[in-house]
Design a protein around this ligand. Sequence first.
Ligand code: 13P
Ligand code: SF4
Length: 306
Amino acid sequence: MKKRKVVTLAHYYTIPEVQDMADKVGDSLELALYAKDCDADVIVFAGVRFMAETAKIINPKAKVILPDINSTCSLVTMTDINKLKQWREEHKDYVHVAYVNSSAEHKALSDWTVTSRNVADIIEYIYSQGKKVIYSPDRNMGAYLNAEYGYDMPLWSAVCEVHDKFNKEALDELVGSISGQKYIIAHPESPLPVLNDCDYIGSTHGLLNWVIDYNGSKDAVILVATEDGILYNMKKARPELDIRQAPIYTGCKCNSCPYMKLNTVEAVKLAQQEQGGTVVDYLSDDLIARARIPIDRMIEFGHRHM
Ligand code: 13P
Ligand code: SF4
């Protein structure tokens, strides 16, 4: 009998040991595209639930396993679907752009799915068509886009509980204590006051590339306002650089996504053996078909414009 092909995907925010078990490590967009084209019988998704659901939506034939069903995301849990439907009704003449950090029902209600990597280009494209946009669910990212590009998008109000903790006062204090050159780079899920001070704002992928391509002084301190998992990849790529995580208001130096960290080595191993985890088989065919439309639109945009 032909051996089943098991492909393991790990997000950059999982622990290093889990990243080392994966066939592919990446950000949400890279992993979704890999899931679509990987020709696997089984996809073990070491990430969070919306990512595994996205993989199932764009590759419905594969058996997708999430190592721990509790690995959700605050942007999803803070969004009440009935209220979202009402908000959508109140903005009938708008194009609804929804961040990939959303449930399948949320995606099915929207016109476009975006990730932090393509959100700015896609929204710019929609405005260039003379249309108006509403953005959900990340309030911080929406506020950043409104401020940076002069939009007036009505915003849904959920946050990433990890990035929302980055704090301007704590950052200013730390920056003040560093006498030499320093750079601040941040994920746009961080609060606007933190983003206002940054040398670079970008997706997980963008932040990693910024560090890889950095050609300034080796004595500079690079402060990174995003989840701590990606620092492993940054330090692996550029071990000679002084890369530190930006501070949060509790004084703790580390912002860590508790949901990503549920992907323990043991849980991923059991999922790879099809002995554990949760099979993403609970999305109806109808929901998959509806949620796929905005995702395909995003992928198609990428082929045409990026
Ligand atoms: P990326 O799209 O950059 O992978 O980010 C996903 C995420 O959950 C950020 O907190
Ligand atoms: Fe969600 Fe934030 Fe965790 Fe990303 S880091 S999965 S946005 S809670």
